[in-house]
Structures are given as structure tokens and as C-alpha cells.
Design a protein around this ligand. Structure first.
Ligand code: CP
Ligand code: NVA
Length: 307
């Protein structure tokens, strides 16, 4: 595994398999009551966040604590970064005090700059470009529910955003048949689709505008908010443009009967998904949220102990 986790693009399928194996083991041990497992005694994890977070922040903080280490939440506007300290200098300072750093940032390039200048592992806890920890734990959830990821059909309905980008790389790495239904103007970038094709020339990623066609016979329906963090100024227009792209009872009838309905959360009931479906029997959103803890624990162990 590389020093950092910036994108699923950088992982080998073997890395992903090891992560899943370890996450599953740690999950079972926690369920048996073995809550603290001393694999990372004395290690310190920093969380440098520019945007709000509930799940990612809490799951990483608890993950390191339950592995014997501790965490430090660093709100970026309270650091000298806010006053113009160069990112590269800050990265060197973080590396003196901490053993790893999770970063949630607007600008993906900042993440790359941090990782380049830090000697410690840097983990992408969401950028405008991607959300790899989310999609890795979601892949793990699908594997738990369906047994395998290979040839699963996953239909992503919504914006070609950070979460969608991570699904594109995941599809290329794990041979998932990915169908993306986005409104006109909100499709994922061609460059990313081409990159996926380069990673795996046999990867199956299709763009189908009509959500009702896109979900036909699908194993998984995945959606995310119409307005991501940082896009609030576009909210009014987006609500208009995404009309017809809601995951609701009518839509899921066209998928397989045992279709998994997934959402990274936070959800906006009544916008991208109805409350009835989010809280319904096909939904696995709470399992997804729980699995962030187990998967991220595995990730920390691998990044901090692998030589
Ligand atoms: N899904 C997710 O990353 O949630 P938070 O924004 O609450 O961390
Ligand atoms: N696409 C969303 C994901 C939140 C977890 C956002 O970036 O706000």
C-alpha cells in the first residue's frame, strides 16, 4: 500500500481485499465485546477539517481510540494556515507531532500538497474531488450483504460529484458494473471516465440519463445529496435541475427485489431520497455508517504498521 490514501485509484485490488479482511475481523471482535484492541498504542491521529463532518470525524476519532491511540481535531481556520502559513510547512510540522493525518478539504490540490510534504500517512477524509474512505466502506457493506462485488450492478443516481468519482475508480478496481444517471450538466467528468478505462480496459461504466432505465435489474441503488458542501449558492438551481432524480418507491420497483438502497449520509429526505425509502427495508444506510468505523480502523492499522 502507498504511504497515503488519497484516492481509490492508488489502491491495488489486493490492498482492498486486505482492508476488507481486517475490517471484518475488527468488526467481529468488537461485536464480541473486544472493544479496545491495542494495535496502535501511543499513536496520534490528527484530523484537519475545513468542512463539517459527523460520521467521518467521529468514526476516525473512535477508531484510533479503540486501537489504543489518540486523536486531535484540528479545525483548519484555527491554525496558522488561516494566516497564510504555506501548506508544505504545515505538513512538515504535522509530521513532527503526529503519526497520521485525516484531511477534509475543499481543494483536492491542497491534499496532494500536504501528502507530498508530509512524512506521515495522509488520508483523504473528503475533498471536492473524491471521498475514498466512504466508498471503501460502502464496498465493504455491499460485500457483506451480497458476498461479492464482482459483476454487481450498482446504479448511482445524482450528481457526478466526489462520491460518484470514487465509485468510478471503485468500479474499475473491483469489476463493478456501474451505471450513472445524472441530470444534464451534472455528469461526471470525461477525464475521470477515461482514467477508469485506462485502469481497467474491461470496466463497465455507463451513463444513462433516465433513472428509470438506469435502475432496471440493478443490485444496488446509491444516491447522494443534490447540493454538496461548498455548492450552497447553487441550491435553488440544483433543486430544479435534479427534479426527477429522486430515489423513491416508484423507482426502486424497477430494480431487483432485494436491491440495496445506499446513501453516504447526511440525507435530505424529500429531495434526493424519500423518507419512506431511506427508512425502508431495502435501505442499508445505518450499516454503511457503522462500517466506516471498522473500515477506517483497518486503514489506520495498514497505513501505520505496514513497512
Ligand atoms: N458520509 C460522510 O462522510 O458523513 P460526514 O460528512 O458526516 O462525515
Ligand atoms: N457529496 C457530499 C458528501 C457528504 C458526505 C458533499 O461533499 O457534501
Amino acid at each position: 500500500m502507498n504511504k497515503d490514501l488519497i484516492s481509490i485509484k492508488d489502491l491495488k485490488i489486493q490492498d482492498i481485499e486486505i482492508l476488507f479482511q481486517m475490517a471484518s475481523d475488527l468488526k467481529q471482535r468488537r461485536k464480541r465485546g473486544e472493544k479496545v484492541i491495542h494495535l496502535l498504542d501511543g499513536k496520534s491521529l490528527g484530523l484537519l477539517f475545513e468542512k463539517p463532518s459527523t460520521r467521518t470525524r467521529i468514526s476516525f476519532e473512535i477508531a484510533i481510540r479503540e486501537l489504543g491511540g489518540s486523536s486531535l481535531f484540528l479545525q483548519s481556520d484555527q491554525l496558522q494556515l488561516k494566516r497564510g502559513e504555506p501548506i508544505g510547512d504545515a505538513a512538515k510540522i504535522f509530521s513532527l507531532y503526529l503519526d497520521a493525518l485525516v484531511v477534509r478539504t475543499f481543494n483536492h490540490d491542497n491534499l496532494i500538497e500536504l501528502a507530498k510534504n508530509a512524512s506521515i500517512p495522509v488520508i483523504n477524509g473528503l475533498s471536492d474531488f473524491s471521498h475514498p474512505c466512504q466508498v471503501l466502506s460502502d464496498m465493504f457493506t455491499i460485500k457483506e450483504k451480497k458476498g461479492d462485488l464482482k459483476n454487481i450492478k450498482l446504479t448511482y443516481i445524482g450528481s457526478g460529484n466526489n462520491v460518484c468519482n470514487s465509485w468510478i475508480y471503485a468500479a474499475a478496481k473491483a469489476d463493478i458494473n456501474l451505471v450513472i444517471a445524472s441530470p444534464k450538466g451534472y455528469e461526471p467528468k470525461d477525464k475521470i471516465l477515461k482514467e477508469a478505462q485506462k485502469i481497467n480496459s474491461k470496466c463497465k461504466i455507463e451513463l444513462i440519463r433516465d433513472p428509470f432505465k438506469a435502475v432496471k435489474g440493478t443490485d444496488v441503488i446509491y444516491t447522494d445529496v443534490w447540493v454538496s458542501m461548498g455548492e450552497e449558492a447553487e441550491k435553488k438551481q440544483r433543486i430544479i435541475d435534479f427534479k426527477g432524480f429522486q430515489v423513491n418507491g416508484k423507482l426502486i420497483k424497477l430494480a431487483k427485489k432485494n436491491v440495496l438502497v445506499m446513501h453516504c449520509l447526511p440525507a435530505h429526505r424529500g429531495e434526493e431520497i424519500t423518507g419512506e425509502i431511506l427508512d425502508g427495508s431495502n435501505s442499508v444506510v445505518w450499516q454503511q455508517a457503522e462500517n466506516k468505523l471498522h473500515l477506517q480502523k483497518a486503514l489506520l492499522v495498514l497505513l501505520l504498521t505496514e513497512k
